[in-house]
Structure formats: C-alpha cells, structure tokens
Write a protein that binds this ligand. Structure first.
Ligand code: NAD
Length: 292
C-alpha cells in the first residue's frame, strides 16, 4: 500500500488491532489483516509491537485502557498473557495459552485460534477428521492447540509423540485433561520409541507435524526416522510453511501421501481471529492469492 493510500485510509475513527511478540518484525500477519480490512472497507489497522514478558503486563494494561479492540499474541507471551486476562475460552484454558485477545468494553477474553486454523486447513484440503485417528508430533504451543481442537471437534483417537524434553510433562497434563473432558482416546509416547511410532502411524488417517523440524536452521531434520513410516493415502500436514515443501513433505509426496504445508493453517487461524474482532469473514481466497 502506498503512503497516500495509508493517509487516506487512517482517520480519527480508525481502530487498532495489535500483535505483541518478540521478535516479530518478520510476521506476515500485518499484511494479511490490513489487506483484508482494505478489501472489506473495514476501518481498522493492524500493527506489530515488540513486547516480551518484561513489558507484557504494562502493555495489556495500556491496550485495555486505550480500548483497543483486540490483538494477537505470539512468543514469548502466549502463556504468560493468560494471567492478565478476564476470561479464557475452553481451548485456551486447557492449552494454558492464547494467541488472540478480544476486548469487549474492557473485558478481555483470550482464545487460541491455531487449532481452529489447522482443522479448517484440513477441511480446505477435503480431509474429514471426525471419527478418524490422528497422530501429532510435538507438544509446544501449536501442537497443544491442534490437539485440543482435534479432540473437541470429534477426532476419535489422538496419539501424541514428543521427545523427552521440557514439553513432555506439559503433554502429559494436556493428555490427562483431554481424557477427562472429551471422548477422544488420547495416548502419549516418547518420540524415541520407533516401534510404537511406526505402529501408530500405520494405523493413523492423519499425521500433523507441529515441530520446527524442516524449518531454518533444521532444514535437513525430520521428526520421523525415514519415509518407510509413511503409507500411501496418509494425510500429512506440516505446520511449517517456509520452506513450502519441507523434507518431511518431500518424503510424503514420494510415499503417495496427501500432503500440504502450514500456509492454510496460518491463513485460517488469522481468519478466525479476524472474525472475532470484526464480526466479518476474512476473504481468505483473495488473501491466499495475494500473499502466497
Ligand atoms: P514450541 O517451541 O512451542 O514447540 C516446539 C515443539 O517441537 C516441542 O514439542 C519440541 O519438543 C519439539 N521439537 C523441537 N525441536 C525438535 C526436534 N529437533 N525434533 C523433534 N521435536 C522437536 O513451538 P510452536 O510455537 O509450537 O511451533 C512449532 C512449529 O509450528 C514451528 O515450526 C512453527 O513455525 C509452526 N507454527 C505454524 C503455525 C501456522 O499457522 N502454520 C502456527 C504456529 C506455529
């Protein structure tokens, strides 16, 4: 957008939507949301702010005081921000983190739209997940949000694999909560258990990889040992979208899987937040063509 267009568009009535994270200058979210506001003629502007946990509380107090309609939250603030909000949606309560805040007349509600984004991405690729078996590798922010949404949305069996790092204990807690609160059959295993990994992937309909494997600087790293763990027809979604085809997705293509990257997840998590702030549907096909 040229300078003239910005000064024409931003007036005394324009509402702010923010993204608070650190680092954040690389984000595609401002382009996605600002182009969608422009397309629909909505009087909002979306701006990034470099905020980490040392300035988070003051930032939330300021955004509330300024009656800012809403904001996105990314690392390192996704978990810590929950303590400064008034309400959390069921997904955010279970995950213990949120990526979206809505300000309704000073009442702040946090939610997590990453899982919704992943489920809509599956839908957009013609994949049905209700009643199916899903394996998710990863137990961090993106993985937990996907796991909770999948269990709430009717996935029959969910198998989680993670390496035994700091995220593993969180995954145990999350698995317990999902067993208590949903009908989904949830299992958690160490990623190093290759026999179990092979068995679970063999019997899965969908495999979502929610680790940074495949993304810089892990371009040559894949969470699974080799392509023989994949079977034809398995749906493989990688949450990574840069590069567009990770090493895992190359293996998936060679193995006859249905495969796609995290671009649609990114788009649909943004669309879900956009809807909460504005009450309008993001023109996702237009934005996909524009951005990707
Ligand atoms: P995170 O740091 O919260 O979690 C990282 C997870 O990956 C943990 O479970 C960790 O144990 C695991 N992990 C890390 N290195 C690993 C390795 N070498 N081998 C196996 N497991 C490993 O990160 P996050 O925010 O959940 O992000 C995870 C991925 O999802 C990133 O690649 C991120 O870009 C992507 N993501 C995509 C979207 C989207 O909209 N497409 C949204 C959020 C995150």
């Amino acid at each position: 957008m040229g300078k003239l267009a910005i000064t024409e568009r931003i007036t005394g009535h324009t509402e702010l939507i923010a993204l608070i994270a650190y680092p954040i200058r690389h984000s595609m979210s401002p382009t996605m949301h600002n182009e969608a506001f422009k397309k629909l003629g909505l009087d909002y502007v979306y701006v990034c702010f470099e905020v980490d946990t040392t300035t988070l509380e003051d930032t939330v107090r300021g955004l509330r005081a300024m009656k800012v309609r809403g904001w996105n939250v990314s690392m390192p603030n996704k978990g810590p921000i929950t303590q400064y909000l008034d309400h959390l949606t069921p997904v955010s309560q279970i995950v213990g983190a949120c990526n979206t805040v809505v300000n309704d007349d000073g009442i702040l509600t946090g939610t997590s739209t990453d899982g919704i984004g992943a489920m809509r991405a599956l839908n957009a690729h013609g994949v049905t997940y209700t009643g199916k078996k899903m394996t998710v590798i990863g137990a961090g922010g993106a993985a937990s949000s996907i796991q909770v949404q999948a269990a709430l949305d009717g996935v029959r069996e969910l198998t989680i694999f993670n390496r035994k790092d700091a995220f593993y204990d969180q995954a145990e807690d999350l698995a317990d909560k999902l067993r208590e609160r949903t009908d989904c059959k949830v299992r958690l295993y160490d990623l190093a258990d290759c026999d179990c990994l092979r068995h679970e992937l063999d019997s899965s309909d969908i495999y979502i990889d929610a680790t940074p494997c495949g993304m810089h600087p892990l371009e040559n790293v894949v969470s699974i040992p080799d392509p023989s763990y994949l079977h034809p027809g398995l749906v493989v979604m990688d949450t990574v979208y840069a590069p567009r085809q990770t090493k895992l997705l190359k293996w998936a293509e060679q193995s006859g899987c249905v495969w796609f990257n995290g671009l649609d997840m990114m788009l649909y998590q943004g669309a879900a937040a956009f809807q909460l702030w504005t009450g309008k549907d993001m023109p996702v096909d237009y934005i996909r063509d524009l951005l990707f």
